[in-house]
Design a protein around this ligand. Structure first.
Ligand code: AHR
Length: 495
């Protein structure tokens, strides 16, 4: 098979907001306890953070981490995770039916994020709580005033505010599984009033309202429309959440997951603009795809995990090569929609549907999905430009004309570099690829990194952590993409 990608450097999609390389740490399973935090571990620092995990997080270059949930946040009292650790309450955590010790809260997490080189995207509880607790939390985190909650932070040992700039107004409030879920009108009203109080407390913050919990929610679109009508002028972004999977082992269709993601983004953007028109507003509400990933492998095993444990091994999906290829193409879609998607969080970061795995008390390793995320995060910074691809197509599942090649291109601002991310969706054919940059004869392929292999179901484990790792490909005369592979081709201007 042959394909040609044509790129015009003038056909700009957008300057990429670095926050599309965000991730997520929820108080769920072993994400926090046994994941980022394990005081007895041999690599733990003086605060109990695992430095082996920290190094792997840093390599991903994650600019923002969403915290503390997810479903968890809708029953969470943020005060429980502040101050003297010996006085913190041990609680029944209803969302995941686990025990929360509150050993880690915002006091600790803000320090972890600083050490990891990330900002925090903080979610407030709009399930069991409301505007009052949300504005108190903003005061605790961000205020320099001589007032109750800012003073409480000082008493807890933090003179300087944490300076958290990005906030989520609840989580998946349309989901019946959510603690105190709401109708769109109920949520839109509370989001509006909470947003007002939070911004009056700190006008510099940005706010994300909850969109639908996923594209197949029965109220999808109607939810967005009603919520936006209620709070449009008070919020900055609306959230999208979606998880992809291959439960029926139809890999040809699974490899086309990014087409569904693209459709979802365009639909939500259209509703934002429809409400903008209705309101005759000058303001554009952009998108925060703050939960995306592959999630299906652990569904059955999770049913067997007993309730009311501290840090049970929930949502520990083991990812294979085909998952990594799909994840790479989902990132291509985020880049190609970077004019509207300004924030995105890979859900999640450690142990829970995560690129990084740990043994409690033991080793850490990178899952297959770690690699496309890491390379795209490192090289996909700058300006996204449109790619036009001539290639064949196929039909799978209920989809027709799925292009074999999925691609995105990024002009780097720091170096004379153009990064092209490409997925070959064909299950059996190699692809000979030509990259044509219009009006530029001095760009030469300089590096080709690929995630490929004969076994689509190959995985990494603690014992075999390098079973699926990227390879450096020869860039002699032509670029060859292996079947079902993810690829990054760096071109340099040699002029
Ligand atoms: O990321 C796991 C869960 O998925 C989150 O808690 C929730 O928001 C979503 O349903």
């Amino acid at each position: 098979m042959k394909a040609e990608i044509t790129i015009s450097k003038n056909n700009i999609i957008s300057r990429i907001d670095d926050r599309i390389y965000g991730s997520f740490v929820e108080h769920l399973g072993r994400a926090v306890y046994g994941g980022i935090y394990e005081p007895g571990h041999e690599t733990a620092d003086e605060m109990g953070f695992r430095t082996d995990v920290m190094e792997m997080v840093k390599a991903l270059n994650v600019p923002v981490v969403r915290y503390p949930g997810g479903n968890f946040v809708s029953g969470y009292n943020w005060e429980d995770g502040t101050g003297d650790k010996s006085k913190r309450p041990r609680k029944m955590e209803l969302a995941w039916q686990s025990i929360e010790t509150n050993e880690v809260g915002i006091d600790e997490f803000q320090e972890w994020a600083k050490r990891a080189g990330s900002e925090i995207m903080m979610a407030v509880n709009l399930g069991t709580r409301g505007p009052d607790e949300a504005r108190n939390l903003v005061e605790y985190c961000n205020s320099e005033t001589d007032t109750y909650y800012a003073d409480m932070r000082r008493k807890n040992g933090f003179e300087k505010p944490f300076g958290i700039k990005l906030w989520c107004l609840g989580n998946e409030m349309d989901g019946p599984w959510q603690i105190c879920s709401k109708t769109p009108y109920e949520y839109g009203r509370i989001a509006c009033e909470t947003a007002k109080l939070m911004k009056w407390t700190d006008p510099s913050i940005e706010l994300v309202a909850c969109g639908s919990a996923h594209i197949n929610m029965p109220t999808f679109m109607e939810w967005e429309r009603i919520v936006l009508r209620e709070c449009y002028e008070h919020i900055d972004y609306i959230s999208l959440h979606n998880y992809y999977g291959n439960p029926n082992n139809d890999t040809a269709a699974y490899l086309a997951s990014s087409i569904e993601m693209d459709k979802f983004i365009k639909q939500v953007a259209a509703i934002c603009d429809e409400v903008k028109l209705e309101k005759k507003s000058d303001k554009t509400v952009n998108l925060s795809f703050d939960e995306w990933n592959i999630w299906f492998h652990s569904n059955e095993q999770d049913k067997e995990i007993p309730k009311w444990q501290v840090a049970p091994p929930l949502l520990e999906d083991v990812y294979n090569l085909e998952d990594a290829v799909v994840l790479g193409s989902l990132m291509i879609t985020l880049l190609n929609n970077s004019d509207r998607v300004k924030i995105a969080c890979l859900a999640q970061l450690v142990n829970v549907i995560a690129p990084i795995m740990t043994e409690t008390g033991g080793r850490t390793w990178a899952q297959t999905i770690y690699y496309p995320f890491m390379y795209t995060s490192r090289h996909g910074r700058g300006t996204a430009v449109r790619t036009f691809c001539e290639c064949g197509s196929y039909d799978a599942g209920n989809m027709k004309n799925i292009p074999y090649i999925d691609s995105a291109a990024v002009i780097s601002e720091v170096e004379n570099e153009l990064a092209v991310f490409v997925v070959n969706r064909s299950l059996d054919s190699e692809c000979e690829l030509n990259i044509n940059i219009l009006g530029e004869s001095h760009y030469r392929p300089y590096q080709h990194i690929a995630l490929e292999g004969g076994d689509l179901k190959a995985i990494n484990t603690a014992d075999e952590p390098e079973n699926v790792i990227p390879v450096v490909k020869d860039i002699g005369g032509k670029i060859t993409l292996a079947p079902h592979s993810w690829n990054m081709i760096i071109l340099k201007n040699t002029f």
